[in-house]
Write a protein that binds this ligand. Sequence first.
Ligand code: GUN
Length: 299
Amino acid sequence: MSATILDGKKLAESVRAEVRTGVDVFVKEHGRPPGLEVVLVGENPASQIYTRNKEKAAKEVGIRGKLHVLADDTTETELLALLGRLNADPAVDGILVQLPLPKQIREQRVLDAIDPAKDVDGFHPVNAGLLASGRPSLVPCTPRGSMKLIALAGGSLDGARAVVVGRSNIVGKPMAQLLLAANATVTMAHSRTTDLASVCREADVLVVAVGKAELVRGDWIKPGAVVIDVGMNRIDMPGAIPGDTLKTKLVGDVAFEEAKERASAITPVPGGVGPMTIACLLENTLLAARARMTPKRGH
Ligand code: GUN
């Protein structure tokens, strides 16, 4: 039987509609929209597209979105100075620095410099630590969106076997934390895992985020599993001349056509996790804005 296709585009649209309503209420209460500042350093073509999409999506739901495009040779000091200004600006609720950064800039220094209250990517060690302690505040967008897709598939995570392939700070680690918090039994697998296929075959829920085109084959999938494919790999179409951009296609980390014959539900690439990441960024921006405007209770 063929799997249910988890439509991330449609689910993202409903998340965005909820954010739009929340933004309208926020504007009435506070006399200003939530503000999101997106920072792009350099000319990575994929990052250029992602950041433009983030700014555009923010504006579409009534968030004041601003994209800062900095030159490829920007120094770490210059970037930190910009972040200092954005941290201090009361009209800024969310700050996102697109990764990867040019090699002269230390990623950790930059992520550490963002005010945790404005860290809508959830990459600051304070937010990563809160998530690991079971006290999530701002949760990374891709894992957050992936959990919503798993919920869309239905079924309970309680006691389920979940396998996360990939151990990045952006996806794999926070994803495992969220699954654990939902009472799944979680295995983290990665490039050094021996017999990855067998580990994957144990998964009732399989999340793959490694960036290797069609690594996970159909026979790695437990029949009836829910499969979340975070990969976005551009590959040449059969017969294409290498470098001919018209003859490329986007594929995930899972061999979709094979996997959909075994899974009960699966995300497509494109149109699965990708749209959810941006929708959850908008949600995080609204959450950050609300939290910043709510006076903290005393201890
Ligand atoms: N690069 C790839 N994914 C992401 C993301 O979710 N946030 C940021 N800031 N950079 C990324």
